[in-house]
Write a protein that binds this ligand. Structure first.
Ligand code: NAP
Length: 256
């Protein structure tokens, strides 16, 4: 990864950055000069990720804020702590997310709620709190990590499809209300990316074969594939890009 200074002096929070796509996005933002706050639910994993990135980018550039994005109280306290101790938040990446696989007929309400709370309500709570600070300053970038499933359904992941479709539209609603206050809110919709969340699918020979055949680029996405689009959306280069969701999926969403 090339290091640049395009985001130097900017404070960025990436939710769910203790591992997976979020961790790589945090590293990418730090590589572009930003001061980055690592988040996750599990405080030990957050600290481990913070230490790893601090070794590379320096202690003063990498911070930790472990909180549950679904808890209004913890989100408000977490954002206040970042503003007070790290600096004014300029970039928020709403990335925390979970998956749960079950047929709709067997789906328990508790599992539906857990998935919608984490993937959609969490982005509302963290986005609202960040925007309360950002709108006062008349600047800020919010990037909502959606999914190809914001647009395309598959059996057994109904709450995820509903939540990601909702997140794409929440991106538009945030734009409707906050763009005039100098904020740019956009989404990134990754296709199938090889992470812990999708390891069981990668290991499933039939599914893996289907993915390769179904993806024009003929490969799984890599976490690094999400970094370039995120850096662009976080930069001044995208200052007139509002409410869009960029599909980063090797072409899967444009072919049948
Ligand atoms: P992952 O490897 O499972 O990592 C999920 C991250 O979210 C972890 O850091 C986890 O922290 C955090 N998290 C979960 N619940 C949280 C909560 N309530 N509060 C705070 N943090 C929480 O997932 P991933 O594959 O990197 O996915 C990241 C995002 O990309 C998700 O929104 C996902 O839907 C989206 N996405 C992924 C793919 C893919 O193919 N992998 C494709 C499209 C979209 P803990 O360790 O503390 O739980």
């Amino acid at each position: 990864m090339t290091h640049s200074t395009v985001l130097s002096g900017k404070v960025a929070l990436v939710t769910g950055s203790s591992r997976g796509i979020g961790f790589t996005l945090a590293a990418g933002l730090a590589g572009a000069g930003a001061t980055v706050v690592i988040n996750g639910n599990n405080a030990d994993r957050v600290e481990a990720a913070k230490s790893k990135l601090a070794e590379q980018f320096g202690q003063d550039r990498i911070h930790a804020a472990a909180f549950n994005v679904t808890s209004e109280h913890d989100v408000v306290a977490g954002l206040a702590g970042i503003e007070a101790n790290v600096g004014p938040l300029h970039i928020l990446v709403n990335n925390a997310g979970i998956q749960h696989r079950s047929s709709l007929l067997d789906l328990e309400l508790a599992d539906w709620n857990r998935v919608v709370d984490t993937n959609l309500t969490g982005a509302f709570l963290v986005g609202r709190e960040a925007a309360r600070h950002m709108t006062k300053r008349q600047r800020g970038k919010i990037i909502n990590i959606c999914s190809i499933q914001a647009d395309l359904a598959r059996p057994t992941i109904a709450p995820y499809v509903a939540a990601k479709g909702g997140l794409r539209n929440l991106t538009r609603s945030m734009t409707a209300e906050w763009a005039a206050s100098g904020l740019q809110i956009n989404g990134i919709a990754p296709g199938y990316i090889h992470t812990e969340m999708t390891q069981s699918l990668v290991d499933d020979e039939a599914f893996n074969k289907w993915i390769l055949a179904r993806t024009p680029a003929n490969r799984w996405g890599r976490v690094e594939d999400i970094v370039g689009p995120a850096l662009w959306l976080a930069s001044e280069g995208a200052d007139f890009v509002n409410g869009q969701t960029i599909f980063v999926d090797g072409g899967m969403s444009v072919v049948v």
